[in-house]
Design a protein around this ligand. Structure first.
Ligand SMILES: [Mn+2]
Length: 357
């Protein structure tokens, strides 16, 4: 069990006025306990109360052994699965994490009308947003792997692969290098398809003058890397060069703006203003970034609606882009960790405009 992390969660519960919460999310359980029952569609949750008591309600099929300090409540298929949990909850407000299945939540509410269920991911998410030293080291290692994978990917251009074939080749390379299961495929996107930020790699072939977006992300020892680079194949038009240099400027300015106390909305604004002044404001259709850790997309969010403020230890992406329909797309993305003076950039693949082949 990770006691320091449980302490942070208890402090956050107090701050947020929550006396009891249910944690069901696998990544959150790994963060707090060092492991998860991996319950899938069955029940497997950690119940945390303000007095620090930790109770785990798990189906015995998961063969979950509770860490010291956690009281285990086992049940089996066919039994009153929620029975013990229903009795354990106190009346009043109960925080539920964002991923708990509605089937359990609805049943709990029906059986305990004295309970007021509220969204309760905050205490764990806010703790997870600030990485401890162990996590920072894992994120650095993941970043190093991403640098290698980007080099590998760029070296595959010109071999005649479709987007989908190249994406799969990169995924295989990640696996060979020790990456864990990837929730989505890698992104290798050519030409006008780059105008769709998350274009699903298909049978498109590479042609001269194409932009190529590589958005490469995978977990290494549980912690995700996430980096995007855009390169050009054989030639680059003046228009595309201008788009590229604008994104590069915006991305670097946003990185330079990161330091403790700065609002993430203001970091988004730094990038957005540069892109807007260059005349591409309407083509910047995404947020500037997202937190990254045990999950590739987690708190904090770097967008114009974000209410988060930079704190030392936060890890998030800075990935502005310009997406011009039927023409081109450029995105440049790095992961940063907020430090006392500014930030540490975890992904280091060069960002000068590269024309391959
Ligand atoms: Mn990203």
């Amino acid at each position: 069990m990770k006691e320091a992390r449980i302490k942070k969660v208890l402090a956050n519960m107090k701050k947020q006025g929550l006396t009891q919460i249910i944690v069901s999310d696998d990544d959150a359980l790994v963060y707090l306990l060092g492991k998860t029952p991996g319950s899938a569609e069955r029940l497997g949750v950690l119940f945390i109360k303000e007095d620090g008591s930790l109770d785990m309600f798990v189906n015995s099929i998961c063969c979950f052994e509770a860490p010291e300090g956690v009281k285990l409540h086992l049940h089996q298929d066919g039994e009153d699965v929620l029975g013990e949990l229903v009795l354990h909850a106190d009346s009043g407000q109960l925080g539920i994490d964002k991923n708990w299945h509605a089937k359990w939540l609805v049943e709990l509410i029906q059986r305990r009308p004295d309970i007021k269920a509220v969204h309760g991911s905050g205490p764990v998410d806010d703790a997870r947003a600030i990485k401890d030293e162990e996590e920072k080291e894992l994120l650095r290692k993941a970043g190093e792997l991403d640098d290698k994978m980007l080099s590998f990917a760029v070296n595959q251009l010109g071999k005649g692969m479709t987007e989908a074939q190249l994406a799969k080749t990169i995924e295989d390379e990640f696996v060979k290098a020790g990456a864990g299961p990837m929730t989505e495929g890698q992104l290798a996107i050519y030409g006008a398809n780059c105008a769709q930020p998350h274009h699903d790699p298909d049978s498109t072939l590479l042609k001269e003058g194409d932009a190529v977006i590589f958005d490469l992300f995978a977990p290494l020892n549980g912690y995700w890397c996430d980096m995007t680079r855009t390169v050009f194949y054989k030639t680059v038009s003046e228009e595309h060069r201008k788009v590229y240099e604008t994104v590069k400027l915006a991305q670097q300015a946003a990185i330079d703006a990161v330091r403790p106390g700065v609002k993430l909305a203001d970091i988004d604004k730094v990038a957005r203003d540069i892109i807007t002044e260059a005349g591409y404001g309407e083509c910047f259709i995404t947020r500037t970034g997202h937190g990254c850790g045990l999950t590739v997309h987690e708190a904090p969010e770097c967008s114009f609606t974000s209410t988060d403020v930079c704190q030392v230890g936060m890890c998030f992406s800075i990935e502005p882009g310009i997406y011009i329909k039927d023409n081109v797309g450029v995105r440049i993305e790095d992961l940063v960790i907020v430090t006392e003076e500014g930030c540490e950039v975890l992904t280091k693949y060069p960002k000068n405009l590269i024309v391959v082949g």
